[in-house]
Design a protein around this ligand. Sequence first.
Ligand SMILES: Cc1cc2nc3c(=O)[nH]c(=O)nc-3n(C[C@H](O)[C@H](O)[C@H](O)COP(=O)(O)OP(=O)(O)OC[C@H]3O[C@@H](n4cnc5c(N)ncnc54)[C@H](O)[C@@H]3O)c2cc1C
Length: 386
Amino acid sequence: MPQPFYDADHSAFREVVREFVNREVAPNLDEWEEDRSTGRDVWKSAGAHGVLGIRIAEEFGGGGMQDYRFRCVVQEEFARVGAAALASAFSINEDIVASYLTTFGTPEQKKQWLPGMADGSVVASIAMSEPAAGSDLRGMKTTAVRDGDEWVLNGAKTFITSGFSSDLVLAAARTGEREGRPQLSLILVPTSTRGFARGRKLRKLGLHAQDTAEIAFDDVRVPMGNLVGEEGRGFHHLTAQLPLERLSIAWRALCAAEAALDWTIRYTSERKAFGERVIDFQNTRFRLAEMTTEVDITRTFLEQSILAYNDGSFDATLGAKAKWWTTELQNRVINACLQLHGGYGYMDEYPISRAYADARVQTIVGGTTEIMKEIIGRDLAGRHRA
Ligand SMILES: Cc1cc2nc3c(=O)[nH]c(=O)nc-3n(C[C@H](O)[C@H](O)[C@H](O)COP(=O)(O)OP(=O)(O)OC[C@H]3O[C@@H](n4cnc5c(N)ncnc54)[C@H](O)[C@@H]3O)c2cc1C
């Protein structure tokens, strides 16, 4: 028999998270969707309940739990109520920006920013994408130039999650060129800095409860000490951290597919047509059987991937496999689940409707399905190079 994925500590933590989600998240989802924002209260309350900052070291006010399964618990509980927008905004704080700071940050940077990220008073964004550079970051035009003891940033970014509301942006910028190839560096920019501007809050298909925005740097000056990691090694640092970002997206995709199946089994067990429950039609049972099988098999792979991440053996190719497979599965499953809801599936009062819109971006953010296949394909092709 396979070992259970979670142990008693995870179960105890789940109780805390479930209580938090039922009280502070689920009742507010509709209002956040209307407002196009969650506001700050839920961030601070998540910080106070230990649901935020769980991997940030205890000395900086976090939970100090490096075991990624605790993050898995949070994402499962958020998916259960369809809180995808908040889950992904939290993930940018936790799995991305806090993770960069923990791995590459200086002691001063950690001391300055991690406590706020753990207690919910600091919301962070990561700014890589630009109007003309998404998949191909070598096309990035934003520059950071040394001037005395400061960096001066100029350029524009787009599609930045929490870009309209964040306090801190971890920006990727060109800081030089070697052999015709741009060299990138990662630089912390507090959004209160002069010259930092927020552009449009972008209107989008789903994830309405979080903001996605354009931002711009116009002669933004920050101290030299805001460089995260090594100058010119930005690509390197991104390559080291992107597998975790992709694993977190894959895990959220799995949880969303599982939640959708759960809602659909319940709905089709109650809904009647032609005098029968919808779940008693052979087509419904076969579709549900196929999808549950695919989702269960995917869970096995992802649980192994999480354990590999915990023991340091998770790599870029595994990250690419997990991300493209699971996000494509999420979209297939949610599409079919919506179909089994009939017309009610298209109505916002049913969570499957929002889940459908929220799912679509998953095969695009954090690297598209096509780029994931490129990564896997390059790895395969490289194995037998003479
Ligand atoms: C809601 C949302 C939130 C986001 N949040 C953030 C954020 O917080 N921070 C951030 O930096 N970015 C963010 N992004 C940007 C996201 O990471 C990019 O959209 C993504 O990387 C794709 O880049 P692109 O949009 O420029 O598409 P393109 O790179 O222009 O791609 C267009 C199409 O071409 C395909 N393609 C590109 N290159 C190849 C290739 N070599 N082979 C085959 N096909 C290829 C792509 O797969 C895609 O289908 C967000 C995007 C969205 C929609």
